[in-house]
Ligand binder design. Sequence first.
Ligand code: ASP
Ligand code: MG
Length: 423
Amino acid sequence: MSLVVQKYGGSSVADAEGIKRVAKRIVEAKRNGHQVVAVVSAMGDTTDELIDLAEQVSPIPAGRELDMLLTAGERISMALLAMAIKNLGHEAQSFTGSQAGVITDSVHNKARIIDVTPGRLRASLEEGNIAIVAGFQGVSQDSKDITTLGRGGSDTTAVALAAALDADVCEIYTDVDGVFTADPRVVKKAKKIDWISFEDMLELAASGSKVLLHRCVEYARRYNIPIHVRSSFSGLPGTWVSNEPQGDQQVEHAIISGVAHDVSEAKVTVVGVPDKPGEAAHIFRAVAEAEINIDMIVQNVSAASTGLTDISFTLPKAEGKKATAALEKIKATVGYESLRYDDQIAKISLVGAGMKTNPGVTAQFFEALSDAGVNIELISTSEIRISVVTRADDVNEAVRAVHTSFGLDSDSDEAVVYGGTGR
Ligand code: ASP
Ligand code: MG
């Protein structure tokens, strides 16, 4: 008997109707002879609403308590889904992350999975049940406290369980038909990709594509778990993410896989840093100690007359307060002049393994942006990606311009977005 792990995102279980629709789909898989583990996210925008609520009672909520609060969202959907399945005459049991054996480190709000011990899930499946698991959460090995895996973490839960249970496939059900060449909310002419490599998908995810989380793809690549991203609304075949295409999975030998954008980052500029050895180390050590992941970094050439330079970097907006607080603390020792915080930025990235061997991609990317009148503030590259930072206001136009310039526009159907606010 084959085992499938399915994951349903918040927009798929946004209301009672959605939960009943998902229950039917799960039961269908069970009827087709599979053992089914279904991982669920919180209903609709529940997680955002809980965060808003927490911030109303405390500007920087304590990590442990925030995790306790947020995991409630997934518990609501898992219990309701199990009820809906039972109502269809099938046996289902719901499990929290901790009950499902998702063991993490103790970093609250973005814990890493370090082990999965799905004994209770196996027993439940053996008894003939459908197992429903609350995504995005686990329990710390050391402190035994409840943790969460970071926003969008249910995908990672699903892949981790698929690996631990040796599942045949991990199906990620979402509100679009798969992975597109750009966000279909922004680019109506975005094309669905039939198959994409782990490598390109990792870069798209790192660049802001929200359809799959970076950590989830990383995990899937490490354990070689094929992911099938598809819509819970349409039932159409979606996008396969794996090492190698299988069977009739179409591979477009395009140079570029897609254009991703990200408006979740902010830019911090440390103004007037003395231009001498050790200052950058000092600044980024302080940021690292606050457990903040930074993205792009730019240091300006110092003005000869002053011997001072500016250092800018980008980071998730959600960590802006923590970063500026950490930098304020070292202001006197570093001796910089001031801090600037700018959250009106966007990052636009072009991704594709083909750019390694095709000169001119960078030039064409910059030309497309310039033709659209978009100014570039920061640039960074990897072997298979080019990213720029622009004003947030320019992002949609910039993404469309680049998508068109690289011939990615479809000439047929418009990309469909079935649900979700994209919040
Ligand atoms: N509910 C969590 C979030 O919104 C986890 C998830 O959706 O995967 O981030
Ligand atoms: Mg969600």
